[in-house]
Design a protein around this ligand. Sequence first.
Ligand SMILES: NC(=O)c1ccc[n+]([C@@H]2O[C@H](COP(=O)([O-])OP(=O)(O)OC[C@H]3O[C@@H](n4cnc5c(N)ncnc54)[C@H](O)[C@@H]3O)[C@@H](O)[C@H]2O)c1
Length: 407
Amino acid sequence: MKVLVTGIDGYSGWPLALHLLARGHAVVGIDNFVTRRRVREVGSWSATPIPSFARRQAVLRDLKGQTISFYRGDLGRYEFVRDVLAREHPDAIVHLAEQRSAPYSMIDVRHAVATQTENVRSTLHLLYAMRDHAPDAHLVKMGTMGEYGTPKVPIPEGFFEIDYRGGHDVLPFPRQAGSWYHWSKVFDSGDVMFASRIWDLRATDVMQGVIYGIRTPEIDDPRLLTRFDFDETWGTVLNRFLAQAILGLPLTVYGRGGQTRGFLALEDSVQSLTLAVEHPAEKGEYRVFNQFDAAYSVQSLAETTVRIAAEFGLAPTIAHPPNPRIEAEEHGYEPIHEHLPRLGYRRTRELDEVLREIFRDLRRYRRRLEAKRHVVAPTVDWRRGDNRGEIGARAPASSPPPGPPSS
Ligand SMILES: NC(=O)c1ccc[n+]([C@@H]2O[C@H](COP(=O)([O-])OP(=O)(O)OC[C@H]3O[C@@H](n4cnc5c(N)ncnc54)[C@H](O)[C@@H]3O)[C@@H](O)[C@H]2O)c1
C-alpha cells in the first residue's frame, strides 16, 4: 500500500513510518516542523537529540536502504494538501499532524484559537482533497480518548445504543472534553463522521490513549530515535515523572492523583495504527477505535515510576501541588476496546519494562534534561485566561544549550 503520514516528523509519526516501511509499504510524509518550533517557544527541547528530517531520511537510506517521499508544507494551505493527494493518490492517510498539547491550548486566547482553527482546518482540507483526488483512500484520523472525558458509565467505541422516552437509536457517545485541544478533536470527529456519510469516504477515528516509550523494533540506531518531550506543556504525565526522577525533582502528581486515563506503549500504538491501515473501513463507513491497553491513575503511575527508579539507584519523592487543570480527581473509568483485538491486536509491551527502557535511554541524555530542568513544573493554569507571563518567566535569560543543535 501507499500510505501518506501527516505529521511524519512527530513523536508517533516517525516510528509509524519506520514500521510501515519495514512491512513493505510505500510511505509518503508531510510535515511543517511546527512541533519543533513550538517546543522551543516554551523554552524546551526533546530529551533525545533529533536530527533534521533531511538527516533522518539520509540515515534511513544508509542504514536500511529505505526512502520516504517527503513534502514540507502546512496542512493549513488547501492547495498544498490538494496537490499532494492529486500527485500521490495514497491508499491510506494517517492524519497525525495537529497541535497535540492540552496545556499549550490553555495558555491564552491566541493559543486556544490557533489550536482549534489549525486542527479543524487541516482535517477539513484533507477531507475535501480526499473527496476530489483520493475518494477511495482510507483516512485513519488520530483522535484521543480525552474526547470522552470521564463519564460514570462504560465508554463505548464511538457509538452506543439508547432508549429514550420510547424511542431507540444508535448515537454518537457524548463527548466531554477537558481542554480546548481536546474539544478540537471532538469537532474533528464530527467533521470526519459527516464527510464519510455525505461523500462515501472510508474513515477510522482513533481514540488514542496517552502513549509512552521511545523505542520500537525499527529504532535500532540512536540516529533513528523519536522525540521525547518532558516539559509541562509538551511532555505527557509519565514523561514528566521520568524526567523528574532522573533530575532529582519530586514527581508532581496534580491534586489527589486519582485522575485515571488509558495508556499504551509507542510500539503498540504503531501496531494498532498499522492494523487499522491494513484493514480499511468500507466505503461510506465511519468507525471508531478506542486505542489503549490499560487504565492507570496518575498516583499509581507515580508510584510505579518510584519503584522502577529505585532499580536505577534513584529515590524520587512524590509531591501533590494544586491541580492546574479543572478535572475530576477521583472517578470511575471503564472504556471498552474490542475492535482492535478483533483485528488481531495483542499487547506486546508491559509498563514496567518500557519504563526501564526509557530510564536507560534518558540517562544517556541526562545533560539535555539538566539544561531544561526549569520547564517541568506546572505553570499553565486552566483557571487563568492568560498564562504567557508564567511560561516566559520561568526560563533563564540565557542558557547555552549543550550538545548538538537539535529540537
Ligand atoms: N502522544 C500522545 O500521547 C497522543 C495521545 C493521543 C492522541 N495523540 C494524537 O496523535 C497525533 C500525533 O501526536 P504526536 O505525539 O506524534 O504529536 P507531535 O506533535 O510529536 O507530531 C505531530 C507532527 O505534525 C506536525 N504538524 C502539526 N501541524 C501541522 C500542520 N498544520 N501541517 C503540517 N504538519 C503539521 C508537527 O510538526 C509534528 O511533527 C496528534 O494528533 C495527537 O493529538 C497523541
